[in-house]
Design a protein around this ligand. Structure first.
Ligand code: ADP
Ligand code: MG
Length: 617
């Protein structure tokens, strides 16, 4: 049978084009990527063999070999892992759509300076071989299969696949070095690279037929802390997390007692590109007695800790546990609880030890942690202590405890407002009265912020309350600022007539019209009635087609505002009603716009505006 010629997927072609022409100097990372894939392939087979021992045939000892052929100018990286079928070969190394490909392309726009070392993070590490290769050949035989397949490419748009003659299971990658890359034919150079990047790989890496592996080949997480250097932790993190940053936090502990397990977990210092991709897999790998089981154990960490990377190795789960069995496994549930508690307490400690580092972590993962506030009743209380928010009190993020400690006399609730950005919120009319009385308001700008305050209900006994909700709260608060000047002034005469007139005019468009306590400089604003949905939340739900009929709002007018006092005076006069009606509608539209909403009827709006302006000129 002759070789079949196939096209790389378009994004892969573009990616390869960049990799092939890259002047990036740290080319040695290609070896790390190939060894990392070989190790993954062994892990996968070891897991499959738990239920199908026949897959291992004679050869139960896993190993990775790296062989140099100086004459042929090749490096061959081989493993006796799971191997690939023909379809897997074609898809994995050429045609399948991976979210990481475009994300990587996005990152390396400047081909010449592109930092290829990041490549593994995007799940496309294999292609890094083309930094040093003029051609790559892959021979593979899937464990348990009678066929083997050969893939070949020079990385320029096309690859070929044909039947091969590989006798043993596993995969062999032959890298045909480019001119000028002879440094990689030097065994000592390769030993150095393996020691640097692959020391923690749990499978022995055998270099050039030597007896002793070139790596330590033990499970790093089982070594004692004192035995592990910072550099080794870092390389291990890079391997398990497919990441290349310095972890913000490294947690390594052994739990002994009712259940025994070891955890080696990392909090990354940068946001993974697919943090909010619903298809995204969890980053914590589950091992049982050093055997890799799965890297997407649903029940190992809660979804709101999905940014964690690393390994949990259990002594108590049965080795033959299937991924399906894990779904409702009680031991796993206990491990999850233990891991969650540990992570929460370490984050708490991090927050008090290093406020600045913590704030950066919160910037990266706060939005994810906050999901736990409404999803996870059990850990809600602990999580609330970790929350940091922007507030009207200054530029620093504040904790809820800080907030409660600063509450003013007569203040009973934790006030917050949700919106698009802190800058926009700062100018929101709802805040005027709070600012005037020196009452701090939390400024919340992330999607999850619409949900957690009502789920959390209270913190240190103080209820959460959106400032867009109507209520008597402000009246009860004496306020810190200009206490002396604060004496309740009676609303100007005619205010009640004006309110009646606006109510009559707007009719069903509003739920009620009231004199406002919260406004100091704006004439109007809209608020949500007690029991109605928060305005920002409702808009979010509407965008996601979660509600059809929006709640009616309360229009608050500011009796102290010059426009309103004038209107109030006119409201009493007979015959003034008509022009006031147009203004009433315009004020209502203005309030909607200030809330970031759109006009209900732009044509009617401009007609009224025209009429009012015509009278004013
Ligand atoms: P990643 O390792 O992040 O999945 P790579 O580009 O490194 O991305 O590899 C792509 C895929 O090719 C792997 O997910 C795997 O399915 C397959 N693959 C690569 N190398 C091997 C190997 N040595 N044995 C079996 N499969 C492999
Ligand atoms: Mg890889």
């Amino acid at each position: 049978m002759s070789a079949e010629q196939m096209q790389f997927r378009a994004e892969v072609s573009r990616l390869l084009d960049i990799v092939v022409h890259s002047l990036y100097s740290d080319k040695e990372v290609f070896l790390r990527e190939l060894i990392s894939n070989a190790s993954d392939a062994c892990d996968k087979l070891r897991y499959e063999a738990l239920t199908q021992p026949e897959l291992l045939d004679q050869e139960a000892d896993f190993k990775i070999t790296v062989v140099v052929d100086k004459k042929a100018r090749t490096i061959t990286v081989a493993d006796n892992g799971i191997g690939m079928t023909r379809d897997e070969l074609v898809e994995n190394l050429g045609t399948i759509a991976r979210s990481g490909t475009s994300a990587f392309l996005e990152q390396i726009k400047d081909a010449q300076k592109a930092d290829i070392s990041q490549i593994g993070q995007f799940g496309v590490g294999f292609y890094s071989a083309f930094m040093v290769a003029q051609a790559v050949e892959v021979n593979t035989r899937k464990a348990g299969s009678a066929e083997s397949w050969c893939w070949e490419s020079d990385g320029r748009g096309e690859f070929t696949v044909e039947e091969g003659d590989k006798a043993e299971r596993g995969t062999e990658i032959i890298v045909y070095l480019k001119q000028g890359e002879d440094q990689f034919l030097d065994t000592e150079r390769l030993r150095g690279i393996i020691g640097k990047y692959s020391d923690h790989i749990a499978i022995p890496v055998i270099l050039d037929g030597e007896e002793k592996p070139a790596n330590r080949a033990g499970a790093l997480w089982l070594r004692s802390k004192n035995d592990i250097t910072a550099e080794q932790y870092k390389e291990f993190y890079h391997h398990v997390a497919h990441a290349y940053d310095d972890a913000a936090l490294t947690l390594h502990w052994r739990a002994e007692g009712v259940i025994d397990y070891t955890g080696l977990l990392f909090v990354p210092s940068v946001k993974p590109f697919d943090l909010f991709d619903p298809k995204r897999e969890h980053g914590v790998k589950l091992y049982v007695k050093r055997v890799f089981i799965t890297d997407h154990a649903e029940g190992l960490v809660p979804p709101w800790l999905r940014f964690l990377r690393g390994v949990v190795d259990s002594e108590d789960l049965p080795l033959n546990v299937s991924r399906e069995m894990l779904q409702n496994n009680l031991t796993l549930a206990k491990i999850k609880r233990g891991v969650t508690k540990r992570v929460l307490s370490e984050l708490n400690k991090f927050a008090s030890d290093n406020a600045e580092g913590y704030a950066t972590m919160w910037g990266n993962f706060g939005a994810v942690l906050k999901e736990g506030l409404y999803e996870d009743a059990e850990h809600r209380g602990e999580l609330a202590k970790l929350v940091r928010c922007a507030s009207t009190a200054g530029n620093k993020l504040v904790s809820l405890s800080d907030y409660v400690a600063r509450m003013v006399e007569g203040q009973e609730s934790i006030f917050y407002i949700c919106g698009e950005s802190v800058e926009k919120l700062q100018r929101n009319p709802h805040l005027e009265g709070f600012k005037a009385k020196g009452v701090e308001v939390l400024l919340l700008t992330e999607t999850v912020d619409d949900f957690w305050p009502s789920a959390l209900e209270e913190f240190e006994g103080k209820a959460f309350k959106s400032v867009t909700r109507s209520g008597e709260d402000l009246g009860k608060i004496a306020g810190q600022a200009n206490k002396e000047k604060e004496e309740p002034k009676p609303a100007p005469e005619g205010t009640n007539d004006l309110i009646a007139l606006i109510k009559l005019t707007l009719g069903d468009a509003v739920k009620d019209v009231r004199a406002s306590e919260r406004l100091t400089s704006s004439p109007v604003c809209l608020t949500a009635d007690e029991g109605d949905l928060d305005i920002h939340l409702e808009r979010f739900l509407k965008q996601h087609n979660q509600i059809r009929t929006p709640s009616k709002r309360i229009l608050e007018i500011n009796p102290k505002h010059a426009l309103i006092t004038q209107m109030a005076t006119r409201a009493k006069e007979s015959g003034a009603a008509d022009s006031l009606k147009d203004i009433a509608w315009l004020l209502f539209d203005q309030a909607r716009l200030l809330d970031g909403d759109t006009l209900a009827d732009p044509v009617a709006f401009s007609e009224r505006l025209g009429a009012v302006l015509a009278k004013a000129v």
